[in-house]
Design a protein around this ligand. Structure first.
Ligand code: SF4
Length: 441
């Protein structure tokens, strides 16, 4: 396996404030992406990390930012941090070092039985991002490999009682669990008043057995269900990944009891101005809102009518508005500048294609949506594109059009400028004789 994974773990701690504890997980979810990685993909599963290594990673953490654990952001397979035998030992050290820093733990609801919640409460400030997925015990056993030792309903009740900050995630697999189960899970989860519920579209690769893949009709039905339930729940309900078509700062949800909800802002409002400044994207709006403090005047549009709200918050604190992640507002102008007068293509995924084409409808640069052929299946995101996918698309493009610059998102590359299969980005330059420009942001 080499030592590459160690570098990734230390870098994740230093750059992303992410503590990786283990690649082990006591469950066996039928949709777990760890099971269906195609051959050749370079991912690491080092098991439980030794305690001295966890301490070294902890020393790299920035106590001014939230510390996250259990979140998968790199090519090291992420398991459930609560199953690491030294989890609480590490948290106690962390609390001695950083008593005020919030820790966000990504875990399964089935890992929160017994006295776990009480023990976590002693380590506050904590927040929990909990995979709920299904509510019916027999389906949890059959599709998630949940041993049913933990009564899920009693954990849900204790969560409210302990007063944790928590949110739920649900991977939508109605073709396996039934639509009723999906709806029941979302509505039950919502009744326990999490901060938000995020529903994930199921992803599958070419290795996923056909019997586990949803039919084409599922997409539209899922979008309709989430939209409908979002208006029934008292908490924000989000569908990820979103299918964005523009950079307009439309509100995806509003946290309860937040400055934004107190100011009367609602899901689907379009933010036009924050403190007199016009946001160029959702990300811009989010930053303007976070930066602003005191009394903040918000101009917004609701069903085509322009309105005004006054939001009271401290600078640097959250507004309570949720936006889907898009691009920094400055990026389109920057991309236009580097491609001006050149035969440039902007590489994007199938999913992000409509958004990028709405920003760059012309030829400087030409937007080139690329299929995730290497992973196959339903995967259509930029961060999982391969150099081979990009080369194939560019070769085809160059048969009919001139090409001298390929702009590609840096997020598909690691620090050695390699993709998930270990291919270097310089292959594009060598094989096509063009410049490859990596774009952060
Ligand atoms: S809880 Fe997460 S890591 Fe564990 S099997 Fe399920 S999807 Fe995979």
């Amino acid at each position: 396996m080499g030592d590459d994974w160690k570098k990734i773990i230390y870098r994740s701690a230093a750059e992303e404030n992410l503590l990786h504890l283990t690649s082990c997980c006591p469950y066996s979810c039928i949709f777990c992406s760890n099971n269906y990685n195609p051959e050749g993909i370079r991912v690491y599963a080092p098991g439980h990390l030794p305690f001295p290594m966890l301490l070294e990673a902890l020393a790299l953490i920035d106590p001014a930012r939230i510390i996250r654990t259990g979140e998968s952001t790199s090519r090291v397979t992420e398991g459930d941090p609560l199953c690491h035998p030294d989890f609480f030992r590490l948290m106690e050290v962390l609390r001695e070092l950083y008593p005020q820093t919030r820790v966000e733990i990504v875990t399964s609801i089935a890992s929160l039985g017994g006295d776990i919640l009480s023990r976590l409460q002693e380590l506050e400030p904590m927040s929990l991002k909990i995979s709920l997925n299904m509510i019916t015990p027999s389906l949890r056993q059959k599709l998630l490999g949940d041993s049913q030792e933990v009564d899920i309903r009693s954990v849900l009740e204790k969560l409210c009682y302990h007063g944790f900050l928590y949110s739920f995630t649900v991977v939508a697999v109605p073709h396996l669990s039934g639509w009723d189960e999906l709806m029941k899970t979302i509505l039950t989860g919502g009744s326990y008043l999490p901060r938000e519920i995020t529903v994930y579209r199921p992803g599958w690769t070419r290795k996923t057995p056909v019997s586990l893949r949803p039919g084409v009709e599922m997409e539209g039905k899922l979008e309709g269900l989430v939209e409908e339930l979002a208006y029934q729940l008292a908490v924000p309900l989000l569908l990820e990944p979103p299918k964005l078509k523009d950079l307009k700062a439309r509100v995806a949800g509003v946290y309860r009891d937040s400055p934004a909800s107190n100011a009367g802002l609602e899901k689907d409002d379009l933010i036009l101005e924050v403190g007199g400044e016009k946001p160029l994207s959702r990300l811009d709006a989010h930053k303007l809102l976070e930066k602003g403090g005191g009394t903040l005047e918000i101009m917004f549009s609701r069903q085509g009518i322009t309105k005004r709200a006054v939001l009271e918050k401290a600078a640097g604190k959250k507004s309570g508005l949720i936006f889907h992640r898009d691009l920094p507002g400055y990026l389109p102008a920057y991309i236009s500048r580097i491609s001006r007068g050149r035969n440039a293509v902007l590489i994007t995924s199938r999913l992000a294609g409509p958004l990028m084409k709405s920003i760059f409808p012309g030829t400087e640069p030409r937007v080139l949506p690329v299929e995730n052929e290497k992973l196959g299946g339903s995967i259509a995101v930029t961060g999982l594109l391969s150099i081979e996918d990009i080369l194939q698309a560019c070769r085809k493009y160059a048969e009919d059009d001139k090409l001298d610059l390929v702009i590609l998102p840096a997020k598909l590359l690691d620090e050695d400028r390699r993709d998930l299969w270990g291919e270097r980005v310089c292959r594009i330059e060598e094989e096509l004789g063009v410049q490859a420009w990596e774009l952060s942001g």
